[in-house]
Ligand binder design. Sequence first.
Ligand SMILES: *Cc1c(COP(=O)(O)O)cnc(C)c1O
Length: 387
Amino acid sequence: MTIPSRPIYLDCQATTPVDHRVVEAMLPYFSDCPGNPSSNTHLYGWEAKSAVDLARETLAGAIGAAPREIVFTSGATEANNLAIKGVAEAYMTKGRHLITMQTEHNAVLEPCKYLEKLGFEVTYLPPQTDGLLAVKVLKAAIRPDTILVSVMAANNEIGVLQPLADIGQLCHQHQVLFHTDAAQAVGKIPLDVEAMHIDLLSITGHKLYGPKGIGALYVRNRHPYVQVAPQLHGGGQERNIRSGTLPTAQIVGLGTAIALGIAEQVAEAERLKQLRNHLWQQLQVLDNIYLNGHPQQRLPGCLSVSFAGVDGAALLLGVQPYVALSSGSACASSKPSPSHVLTALGHSPKLAQATLRFGLGRFTSLDDVERAARQVVGTVQRLRSQK
Ligand SMILES: *Cc1c(COP(=O)(O)O)cnc(C)c1O
């Protein structure tokens, strides 16, 4: 995406621009079709409901679920909170132990910490040095009182893809529910809740060229029927699991974004992989740089690189007029502390801070990548020579 005189946008793990085709699909639902999808006494309500139904079918189809298993939320933060706190509340008579990873998004870690305050126990498993979870480590952590395992599909900082099918199979063997935060994964890599034995799955619109403020939680309702205690009480929408008037336009946007993501997934993944590999090659003129996370098992558009021997803040400041990217996750980047994901991989705080996350997306061109690489290489060389 090249807007003259503005930095090249390479922060697609923080958020993506809304695709114009998504905007077009949403527009009628702001003014011309203003009905509340829950109004069942007139045309305006019916047309809104049918738009919501269509989006629900699209979401369900994209992950191999049934439409009634989709609960719309305000995004992945809310979906994760609903999954984790909702399961904990519904199953606390069965057990009070949960398992997650140290490298999860804060929208998983913070609900877990909150549950610890309420008396639940949480095990935070470390990744291997490539960022992946070793399934045998998970197996050893499962206890008779474990009720939920939450492991993300694709990491938002380093892009690694966790072995969901193996994790899911293990969970089901032990009759433990499996939740995955798939905010970075839906519409980008194949996902199937049946083949991967996933019981709960979080989705958000704004990481896949849809609008901000809309997402969903998939909640399995057969083999097993998963219970989640509602965290928002009110009008009883979404089968009483999540009250609140459904935002028709945002839901249409999410549905359209997912439909486009699925339709273009294979070709786009290949294109992004080539751009990402090209970028990594361009950076090779520098020595002492490290690719974070497993080299192959990763999102096509994400490249996290640490640059030894430079100050992280100076590096970001140097590239910022030309390239918009971040060192860790957007939510954490206002805090000066090093990324908890990179330190969990074994990086020193200094190396963790000297890290750039390149987030390539649908509107990133070869020219964008080459210009960004030149700016980063130049900045690193300048900072290193000033030592
Ligand atoms: C962005 C993101 C979230 C938060 O999603 P929101 O829709 O912004 O609440 C959660 N988990 C992961 C992995 C993310 O990348």
